[in-house]
Design a protein around this ligand. Structure first.
Ligand code: VGL
Ligand code: ZN
Length: 197
């Protein structure tokens, strides 16, 4: 069964020293690089926001990073400014292999965030990744990257809903873990039918 590796958001801003650093985010790079040759396709995602993105607390008067807000599509965490297009923070970790099949950028529309590699946070605007994978006959996905409880979580749940056979390799992921979000994400992924190893 054709099997792709989906590497989620291994970017400088999600690594120690970055604007939205995920603890240990850089620790997964070597193992991800080593895995790449074992798959039929390797796809990287890149969080790629305009400077005025609506997921940034700085775009909302009186809000601080990690506050919640209500968007037209529902509740949304407000983040520190991160992964701004063309900045070093948005670049991949310098050691990550980028000799991949496809790089998919997400979160590039100001009014809508996109955690998932498949759909933006309104859960209806597609990124096109489903069509790419299905056109190539890929049925099985292994997900690794950052962060387990946000972009990996939503990508994995959407992928199972789209009919892919999905495994999240937790040792090659790291979490933000806001108020129990990691435990909640693991439960949601299991309930959706994602295999966590
Ligand atoms: C992510 C928060 C905001 C992620 C992206 O990659 O998990 N989290 N943007
Ligand atoms: Zn983001």
């Amino acid at each position: 069964m054709p099997h792709a590796l989906l590497v989620i958001d291994v970017q400088n801003d999600f690594c120690p020293g970055g604007a939205l650093a995920v603890p240990g985010g850089d620790e997964i790079v070597t193992q991800i690089n080593a895995m790449m040759d074992n798959f039929d396709a390797v796809i990287l995602t890149q969080d790629w926001h305009p400077a005025d993105h609506s997921s940034f607390a700085s775009s909302h008067d009186g809000k601080n990073p990690f506050d919640m807000t209500e968007m037209h599509y529902g509740p949304q965490v407000l983040w520190p400014d991160h992964c701004v297009q063309e900045t070093q923070g948005a670049a991949f970790h310098p050691d990550l292999r980028t000799d991949c099949d496809l790089i998919i950028r997400k979160g590039f529309r100001s009014a809508i965030d996109s955690y998932s590699a498949f759909f933006e946070n309104d859960q209806t605007t597609p990124t096109g990744l489903e069509g790419y994978l299905k056109t190539r006959g890929i049925e099985k996905l292994t997900l690794v990257g950052l962060a387990t409880d946000f972009c990996v979580h939503f990508s994995a749940v959407d992928a199972t809903r789209l009919g892919f056979d999905v495994t999240v390799l937790t040792k090659a992921c790291r979490a933000i873990d806001l108020d129990g979000s990691l435990a909640a994400a693991e439960t949601a992924m299991r309930e959706a039918g994602v295999t966590l190893t």
